[in-house]
Design a protein around this ligand. Structure first.
Ligand code: SF4
Ligand code: SF4
Length: 163
């Protein structure tokens, strides 16, 4: 996995233009069964990928925290939401709450998330490859494939299955 993660940014760069073209075409004319295809590709990839050997999303980016996330996680720590924000979060340039630093404070050395059951919605959904109307998040996906080896593989498989 270490080698895969090392090569990933360059591989994402090398495929960027091709992927951009592919997503542009997909957006213009998405197949009717795209949601079902994505679910299948996502499930197949995550049967092969063990996130515990990777954790690159938690190490390099970290999620946005919604108000609901903040309330739920603060409650878990028996903290007030304002206290939780002050301790762990900061506002980014788009006025969203994000971690004060990465790797994520809640990530253990064994790559386990210490707040897994109450983790932010964005963590649960990352890399968003099983979301409906996948063609609508192509810009985000183009960024995510440089971070997430599973997302990279899913897009490569998409190009084969939806030429
Ligand atoms: S979601 Fe992607 S980046 Fe995150 S741990 Fe799993 S494979 Fe790695
Ligand atoms: S909260 Fe958990 S899943 Fe989310 S980035 Fe931190 S360690 Fe990863």
């Amino acid at each position: 996995m270490e080698e895969i993660l090392k090569q990933l940014p360059q591989r994402a760069k090398d495929t960027h233009n091709e992927n951009k073209k592919f997503f542009k075409k997909l957006k213009r004319k998405p197949p009717k069964n795209l949601d079902a295809i994505m679910q299948e590709l996502h499930d197949e990839e995550f049967e092969r990928t063990d996130c515990l050997t990777c954790a690159n999303c938690c190490k390099t980016t970290g999620p946005l925290f919604t108000q609901r996330d903040i309330e739920r996680i603060a409650k878990h720590f028996k903290m007030k939401p304002s206290q939780f924000i002050e301790t762990y979060l900061q506002l980014d340039e788009e006025n969203d709450y994000v971690l004060q630093s990465v790797p994520c404070t809640f990530l253990g050395d064994d790559n386990y998330c210490s707040i897994y059951d109450v983790r932010p919605k964005a963590c649960k959904e990352f890399p968003h490859t099983d979301r409906r109307k996948f063609q609508q998040i192509s810009n985000l996906t183009l960024k995510n494939i440089a971070i997430c080896p599973a997302a990279f593989n899913i897009v490569e498989e998409m190009k084969k299955r939806l030429p």
